[in-house]
Design a protein around this ligand. Structure first.
Ligand code: NIG
Ligand code: FE
Length: 411
């Protein structure tokens, strides 16, 4: 690969540091005007601005043509491996059914579970690879991917194997999360406690042994898993050395954020219905808020109080939540628009929320999430002069080119 020069950068905008940015730090971005970046073996080795030159020679030059460059975006919450789709739910929603009604009637997540169990590993691999290609083309260079549509040992492991194979084969950095307790499977109907017990006794040890996941997550929600069941599972996962995530306060606040704070989870995710006590617990436990505004949009719900969480000292990240039910979109650029319009975050706070904060929440903060010397050269050249333009335009792909580990992956 050798040495690569990115020249003629109009503006390089990036958060700095390898830690989660909270409070006023969330809104601090470095802006280099008229800049150059030198890359060696996929890593940034020098940045100069104000028309000054980095030192050569170079094997390859990329001309940014005076445009905006940012770190590659990080999508910290996705459910990208799934069988089938659920377009029939549109008519159900038009007829008045809401998200949990559909799940309680055996549809929703459980519908995708049936289709995912039926799908072969090869089918899931090809389909998910297509999603990763699409994500890369819109500027996402690292992401998290959850299991959770298998709900039995064999199918959950099949999903995690697909994620693991793609993490090796695809240019994207992909971090696997085990979400076994995503719903109570039909075989365990009315026996959620037993399903949690089985997950802890039979599935988690196998995942640990084969290193198939870095994080464990649970859907802590009314009619799904209560706080006590979530605590049992998360404690068991923590004792086995997994990082923790919680789907919390998405529709009802039933104690998920308090639990995330107490267990010092890496992140609590959704948070539409979060209360003061949930926010206090998250701030105390150093938990990142993984906010998912495209899901609020698609479920016609209110938006998480992201601005208030920043004011309370909680690091805020934003992700797509890409999944076949509550958010069938992987467009993190739309999430950026919603971050400004609905959460009322500044463009600088938004950039932090889609780069370094999610990177830290998925354990990649040392490697990606900022454009700095020593970081992996994951960069986006935008068809825009500044990041305000990315917050302002919506519905179009604003990416010009994407660079992953110093190599152009889109042209
Ligand atoms: O994050 N809330 C739980 N899980 C997903 C939705 C999954 C689905 O509907 O298939 C979410 O929104
Ligand atoms: Fe989710």
């Amino acid at each position: 690969m050798g040495r690569v020069l990115i020249k003629n950068i109009g503006c390089l905008q990036t958060p700095e540091g390898s830690y989660s940015h909270k409070g006023s730090k969330q809104g601090e971005n470095k802006k280099y005007i008229n800049a150059e970046i030198a890359i060696e073996d996929g890593v940034i080795v020098e940045i100069k601005s104000g028309g000054r030159k980095v030192s050569g020679p170079f094997d390859e030059e990329i001309d940014a043509e005076g445009k905006l460059v940012t770190p590659g975006l990080v999508d910290g919450h996705t459910h990208m491996v799934f069988g089938g789709y659920r377009q029939h739910e549109v008519a159900m929603k038009l007829a008045g059914a809401d998200y949990l009604d559909i799940l309680r009637a055996g549809g929703g997540i459980l519908d995708t579970v049936r289709k995912t169990r039926e799908a072969s590993k090869e089918e899931l691999y090809e389909k998910t690879k297509g999603f990763l290609d699409e994500m890369l083309s819109i500027g996402v260079t690292s992401c998290e991917a959850k299991s959770g549509y298998g709900l039995d040992k064999e199918s959950e492991i099949k999903m995690l194997e697909v994620i693991g194979d793609l993490a090796e084969d695809h240019p994207m950095d992909v971090v696997p999360t085990f979400l076994g307790p995503h719903a109570v499977p039909p075989e365990y109907e009315g026996r959620g406690d037993e399903y949690i017990e089985m997950t802890c006794q039979e599935i988690l040890p196998e995942i640990r042994k084969r290193n198939l996941a870095v994080y464990c997550d649970v859907f802590c929600e009314d009619s799904v898993f209560n706080a006590e069941q979530s605590r049992k599972y998360l404690t068991c996962a923590r004792d086995m050395g997994f990082g923790l995530k919680v789907h919390a306060d998405e529709i009802e606040a039933i104690g998920g954020t308090e639990l995330a704070g107490e267990l010092e989870a890496a992140s609590a995710e959704h948070l539409i219905a979060i209360t003061e006590s949930g926010m206090d617990a998250m701030a105390k436990g150093g938990v990142t808020a993984m906010c998912l505004p495209a899901t609020s949009f698609y479920l016609n719900k209110t938006f998480a109080p992201a601005k208030e969480m920043i004011e309370k000292g909680i690091p805020v990240a934003m992700a797509s939540d890409f999944n076949p039910g509550s958010c069938p979109s992987l467009n993190l650029q739309f999430v950026i628009n919603l971050g400004c319009l609905k959460y009322k975050l500044t463009p600088e706070e938004v950039l932090t929320a889609v780069t370094i904060n999610p990177a830290c929440a998925i354990g990649l903060g040392e490697k990606v999430g900022t454009a700095e010397v020593g970081k992996q050269a994951d960069l986006v050249i935008w068809n825009a002069p500044d990041f305000e333009m990315i917050c302002y335009r919506f519905g179009s792909n604003m990416v010009d080119r994407v660079i992953k580990k110093g190599s152009l992956v889109t042209a």
